[in-house]
Design a binder for this molecule. Structure first.
Ligand SMILES: C[S@@+](CC[C@H](N)C(=O)[O-])C[C@H]1O[C@@H](n2cnc3c(N)ncnc32)[C@H](O)[C@@H]1O
Length: 290
């Protein structure tokens, strides 16, 4: 596969792709995401507003596969749910036009579950039908892949080849302790005053738990509804970025630029993908049917 990685973030799709293909070009407008991407993948994404990239520019890259994770806020439970009217959908709308002018042979779009049945989903499906591509919708969560972390996501697959539905592996999650840092950072512990105010609303897990809540981009700033907190004999603390990275399946060698602040690290992780899940979805594209 020769891939166009759109809304590339820290390069979750590139990790999931591995040796299945090469990235012809990655696009992301965030300097922080692009710095992390470059540090880990050795090449910088194109820092362009996707809505402004002309179709012939995409066409010239000669990619046969699109892997894309457009911003999910317009479809999020906690977002404004404005859908296509949200300015953050401009790039997506532009890509729906590019699709007709420079169609790939296959694509995978990842998003939150709220994307399903939205006008954006309807538009994508209509375009894919127009192009004669077969479609497959997968609803997947790392908890079916042995990982103790909720991150339900929808993957829309499209290909010139027929696509066959397949159930997720259904591996029971292991305990969280496997994903924890060998030496914990005391600075991650919450202040007693903060605990007194927000404690009852927190989603708590212990090292023995076989689940944790989905970590969102705002985990570094918000407490309630942003992810789980770990209860240990010492108190209650945030999960470290390295622990969240492990839960998402990022390689141990994954690094952030040393000068990047904690909140930014959480933001980039919260925007990214569960790699084993994304990889599994990607493999469905290549599977022989019938
Ligand atoms: C949901 S995240 C995708 C994260 C990515 N899959 C990863 O593994 O980290 C969406 C990304 O799209 C980027 N983005 C949002 N709007 C954009 C636009 N109009 N043009 C280019 N990039 C955009 C954001 O900076 C963010 O990194």
């Amino acid at each position: 596969m020769r891939v166009l990685e759109l809304f590339s973030g820290i390069g979750g799709w590139r990790y999931a792709l591995g040796l299945l293909g090469t990235v012809a070009a990655a696009y992301d407008i965030s300097p922080a995401a692009n710095a992390a991407y470059q540090l880990n993948h050795g090449s910088a994404p194109l820092a362009r507003e996707i809505a402004r990239v002309r179709p012939e520019v995409f066409k010239a890259l000669g990619a046969d596969t699109w892997l894309l994770s457009p911003p999910c806020q317009p479809f999020c439970r906690m977002g404004n749910r404005e859908g296509l009217a949200d300015p953050r959908c401009r790039a997506f709308l532009h890509l729906m036009d590019v699709l007709l002018e420079a169609p790939p042979e296959r694509l995978v779009l990842e998003n939150v579950q709220g994307f399903l049945g939205s006008p954006a989903h309807d538009l994508l499906s209509a375009r894919l039908r127009q192009l004669g591509l077969s479609q497959l919708t997968l609803q997947l969560c790392p908890t079916s892949f042995g990982i103790p972390n909720l991150r339900p996501r929808v993957f829309i697959l499209a290909s010139h080849r027929p696509l066959a539905a397949q159930a997720a592996p259904g591996i029971a999650p292991v305990a969280l302790e496997r994903f924890l840092d060998p030496v914990e950072d005391p600075a991650l512990y919450l202040d007693p005053a903060v605990l007194a105010r927000h404690g009852p609303g927190l989603d708590l897990a212990t090292p023995e738990s076989r689940r944790s809540a989905c970590f969102i981009g705002g985990y570094g700033q918000r407490l309630v509804g942003s992810g789980s907190f770990l209860k240990t004999p010492r108190g209650i603390r945030r999960f470290s970025p390295a622990e969240i990275a492990r839960l998402m399946g990022l390689p141990e060698a994954f690094r952030f630029p040393p000068d990047m602040g904690l909140e930014q690290r959480y933001r980039l992780l919260g925007n990214s993908l569960s790699l084993p899940v994304a990889r599994w979805a990607l493999l469905r594209l290549l599977e022989k049917t019938g």
